[in-house]
Design a protein around this ligand. Structure first.
Ligand SMILES: NC(=O)c1ccc[n+]([C@@H]2O[C@H](COP(=O)([O-])OP(=O)(O)OC[C@H]3O[C@@H](n4cnc5c(N)ncnc54)[C@H](OP(=O)(O)O)[C@@H]3O)[C@@H](O)[C@H]2O)c1
Length: 199
């Protein structure tokens, strides 16, 4: 099971940190190319490699964490998704102004899914601030909760297994239309709920 990451900013790096902690391999990419990531991957540790956007996109599971307005460019011209799993870690809001994007009533993951035709989209890794996501998820008698949602049960099962393997407690919120909306920032009730599931 290979893992790619498109976006090497706060969330892409936090996700890579959780993978590295569990000894899981991944290829991380950004808009500037692998050379710009040399120092960052050295700090992340030996399982995380720098790659091109195209190399990251060829993985079995591809997490996308890019500023909302830059998603079309970040996802343009990539190989066919061909049923591979794409994790939407994005929120429809832009720093530094944090002005919500007008989605015309649609759920952000459904808008996102249109940018990755043929992919099986799972919404996850978007409800916590990056610095919390990067922290060790185990402690206080349990594991930090990560939510996920999607319309393909097999894809969701693979993402849930990954979430559990990196030490979090996974909770299925249902379809993109239902779960995506619950976890969406802004608008949903779940963003920034830093919850621990007691084991
Ligand atoms: N920050 C948080 O705490 C947080 C929490 C939950 C969800 N989110 C969501 O996660 C997403 C990413 O946020 P962030 O805070 O990680 O942003 P960020 O720190 O600004 O990083 C964005 C990354 O996207 C990359 N990128 C931009 N255009 C690209 C392109 N054309 N091709 C490839 N990569 C491209 C940038 O590449 P370069 O480095 O080359 O510019 C950068 O690595 C956003 O949708 C945000 O709403 C963020």
């Amino acid at each position: 099971m290979s893992i790619g990451i498109i976006g090497s900013g706060a969330i892409g790096t936090a996700f890579a940190t959780t993978l590295a902690r569990a000894g899981i391999a991944a290829t991380i990419s950004n808009s500037r190319g692998p050379d710009s990531l040399k120092e960052q991957v050295r700090e992340l540790g030996p399982t995380i490699k720098a790659g091109t956007r195209e190399q990251a996109a060829r993985a079995d599971i591809v997490l996308v964490a890019v500023n909302w307005g830059k998603l079309p460019a970040a996802l343009a011209g990539l190989p066919d998704w061909d049923g591979r799993i794409v994790v939407d870690a994005n929120n429809p809001i832009e720093a530094p102004l944090f002005k919500p994007v007008d989605l015309k009533g649609r759920v952000s993951s459904e808008v996102f899914a249109n940018l990755v035709p043929g992919a099986r989209v799972v919404k996850a890794f978007n409800h916590l601030r990056a610095e919390i996501l990067a922290n060790d998820p185990k402690g206080k008698g349990g594991r930090r909760v990560l939510f996920y949602s999607g319309d393909d049960n097999a894809a969701k099962a693979e993402v849930a297994a990954l979430i559990d393997r990196i030490g979090f407690a996974s909770i299925d919120l249902g379809s993109l239309a239902v779960g995506g909306k619950l976890a969406q920032f802004p608008g949903g009730p779940l963003p920034n709920q830093n919850l621990i599931k007691i084991d």
